[in-house]
Design a protein around this ligand. Structure first.
Ligand code: GDP
Length: 715
């Protein structure tokens, strides 16, 4: 079978936004415009535009699908039915919620570009900063869309400046608005120096016109800034420009595309999704400036047989390689496994090899979700995104590939949960249902963990924030009909050491029959941040929070007992030193020991190692670590004193304050343990007028007096 779409006409992108910036509205408009364009030339089905929107809203499902496919032809293309001009968009969902940054990180891995949506009143918000950083880490090219310019208090310039100041000086206007607030009518495109307005029920008609007289001077000025930035992408264009010749429009667009793909330029668009202004033009921007899979460097992975790196290019002729990025249940089709194909092709009904689990699974059906249907496809090709039905043991972050050419792609790393809570089903009958529900939910969301307390047998769920857990408990009620009681949220503390030490433990038991003998000497030190590129010596095992160095020479501990030593240490780390919280960031150097020909056993070495570790850790200044949250509180000025006082009382550190419209914004870092129930406190302190956002920032050492309380509460 031949591919149905040329690869250069595919765009895999996401829409990234702070909650409330308008991601849902922008997505709805995109589905509407692409859908109605798609229908051009088809029989009119008697649907009015608003009907379509309402049905979509009622179903409310496509919008939240992990990936959705639609088609777009550039606005200025005269013949929209010409198939050769159509682009396939695979839009990958990126949740905007503060507690779901991990989901954003996850999706960054599989998208090739993004539209970042901002609220034109508030500009850059803390979540936008976090998401921007994730996009930076993943090198994702971005177009910015300053939305909501129709709102009272909206300002394109202020929002634009906040992007430059807080996100990147590489952002540059490619549009300016025609009017703001109630007068927002459309946008000026700076490259072409045209004005665009939008008419029709849903703004579906894009009308090209002149730049309004009052904006000509300012548009020219910003156009020059834009052109200068564009020609910087190419020396000869730059020289020509300096000599007075401006490159052609086509050439400018080509250079801008180059700059965007290289992450050197972030074009800034604007409009109002709600008032149907500007969305089509940013879709043209996706076509013009965001990369196709062909524009990207090959992906690298590890061949699990040889441990050597291997590359895969976006080509149908290379061996099949795909990354699973989301599991989701679709009300019509059932359990779906979403994957991004990096190379090769995959057919429905065939078997696929999961290199993480080293097992084969049958691909039943393959589907692509569209706004109005689930399209079943026989084959997917390199660079595409689709979902498989019927996979059982495949999880998020697994690599699917050709068994003869195995590869493991870099795993998607998810942050560890910071909050946990005990839950108990309301009735005994719910116990089993709750188990099923929790398993399904944690399959879908890798930052949501379920465990049980070994002593009490109670179920504990852990996640990225109070709200994250509340939402999941609510989903359990709505989707699985399980009602549960929950305990008080608990902070996920950790322990670590601040200095180094050594310890030796000899575990000997010789009471008739076969005895026990295990003897280890180890050095313990704090694990510092290590250059991830650095080569790891053969005798070192290194993980994010743990390093184990085997420095045993001359077989003083036989090789067969080394894994038992490591296991003993890991078990001791999980048990904690001070208050029973897991120990992180330690480096263990096993440098000496001894064994006994008859009495030595795995268990003896495990016990010896575990006790040696405990002894060493106690001498190495053990401390408790707590999650510190980054918060942003928005309040009317008169509450400023009360709020900052309250934050300081919570061991918080105020980092900065600024004005935003008529409000004040306080940026601070506060320990998570002090933040439970803060939204309620804030509401009552500000007569309901304050709002806040919060996200995990880092772990930090708990002060001594607080540590004492934590330790005594665990005894
Ligand atoms: P999300 O949380 O980012 O998905 O944001 P939504 O799309 O749900 O929008 C949040 C709120 O802002 C909703 O009440 C929308 O109707 C509103 N909204 C979205 N876009 C615009 C816009 O362009 N102008 C105005 N005035 N409101 C908007």
């Amino acid at each position: 079978m031949k591919r149905d779409y040329p690869l250069e006409k595919v765009r895999n992108f996401g829409i990234i936004a702070h909650i409330d910036a308008g991601k849902t509205t922008v997505s709805e408009r995109i589905l509407f415009y692409t859908g109605s364009q798609h229908k051009i030339g088809e029989v009119h089905e008697g649907e009015t535009t608003t009907d379509w929107m309402e049905q979509e809203r009622e179903r409310g499902i496509t919008i939240t699908a992990a990936a959705i496919t639609c088609f777009w032809t550039r606005t200025d293309e005269p013949d929209k039915s010409d198939k050769s001009k159509k682009f396939r968009f695979n839009i990958i969902d990126t949740p905007g919620h503060i507690d779901f940054t991990a989901e954003v990180q996850r999706s960054m891995r599989v998208l090739d570009g993004a539209i970042v949506v901002f609220d034109g009143v508030s500009g850059v918000e803390p979540q936008s900063e976090t998401n921007w950083r994730y996009a930076d880490d993943a090198n994702v090219p971005r177009l910015c869309f300053i939305n909501k310019l129709d709102r009272i208090g909206a300002s394109f310039e202020n929002s634009y400046k906040s992007i430059l100041d807080r996100l990147s000086p590489k952002a540059i206007r490619v549009q300016i608005p025609i009017g703001e607030e109630a007068n927002h009518e459309g946008v000026v495109d700076l490259l072409t120096m045209k004005g665009f307005t939008f008419s029709g029920n849903m703004g579906e008609e894009v009308i090209e016109g002149e730049v309004p007289e009052s904006l000509v001077a300012v548009a020219k000025k910003y156009r020059n800034e834009l052109i200068e930035r564009i020609v910087e992408q190419d020396e000869s264009a730059m020289n020509m420009y300096l000599e007075g010749t401006e490159p052609s429009l086509e050439e400018l667009k080509k250079l801008l595309r180059k700059g965007v793909i290289a992450n050197e330029i972030f074009p800034v668009y604007c409009g109002s999704a709600l008032k149907n202004k500007g969305v089509q033009l940013i879709l043209d921007g996706v076509v013009d400036y965001l990369p196709s899979p062909l524009d990207l460097p090959p992906i690298t992975g590890i061949n699990p047989k040889t441990d050597k790196p291997v590359e895969r290019h976006a080509s149908d002729d290379e061996p099949f390689t795909a990354l699973v990025f989301k599991l989701q249940t679709d009300p019509f089709v059932g359990a779906l496994t979403f994957f991004r194909v990096y190379s090769g092709t995959l057919s429905a009904g065939s078997y696929v090899y999961n290199s993480m689990t080293n097992s084969k699974e049958r691909i039943g059906r393959i589907v692509r979700l569209q706004a109005d249907k689930r399209e079943e496809v026989e084959q997917v090709f390199a660079g595409e995104i689709a979902a498989a039905v019927g996979l059982k043991d495949t999880k998020t972050s697994h690599t699917l590939c050709d068994e003869a050419n195995p590869i493991i792609l870099e795993e998607i790393v998810f942050p560890e949960p910071v909050v946990s809570v005990r839950i108990e089903p309301k009735t005994k009958a719910d116990q089993e249902k709750m188990g099923v529900a929790l398993r399904k939910l944690s399959d879908e969301d890798p930052t949501f963990r379920v465990s049980s307390d070994e002593e009490t047998g109670e179920t504990i769920i852990a996640g990225m924030g109070e709200l994250h857990l509340e939402i999941l408990i609510d989903r359990m009620k709505r989707e699985f009909n399980v009602v549960a009681d929950t305990g008080r949220p608990q902070v996920a503390y950790r322990e670590t050491i601040l200095s180094s030490s050594e310890a030796e433990h000899k575990y000997i038991k010789q009471t008739g029959g076969r005895g026990q003998y295990g003897h280890v000497k180890l050095k313990l030190k704090k694990l510092e941040q290590i250059d991830p590129e650095a080569k790891i010596p053969k005798n070192v095992k290194r993980e994010d929070h743990f390093e184990f160095i085997n420095n045993i020479k001359g077989g003083v501990i036989p090789q067969e007992f080394i894994p038992a030593v490591e296991k003993g240490i890991r078990e001791a780390m999980a048990r904690g030193i001070l208050a029973g919280y897991p120990v992180v960031d330690v480096s263990i150097d096993l440098y000496d020991g001894s064994f006994h020909d008859v009495d030595s056993s795995e268990i003896a070495f495990k016990i010896a190692a575990s006790l040696a570790f405990q002894e060493a850790a106690k001498k190495a200044k053990p401390v408790i670590l707590e999650p510190i949250m980054k918060i942003e509180v928005i309040i009317p000025e008169q509450f400023m004193g009360d709020i900052t006082g309250n934050i300081s009382g919570k061991r918080g550190a105020i980092e900065s304050m600024e004005e935003r419209g008529i409000n004040k914004v306080v940026h601070a870092k506060v320990p998570l343990s002090e933040m439970f129930g803060y939204t309620t406190t804030l509401r009552s302190m500000t007569e309901g007028r304050g709002s806040m956002t919060m996200e995990f920032d880092h772990y930090d050492v708990v002060p001594q007096n607080v540590a004492t309380d934590i330790i005594s509460s665990r005894e």
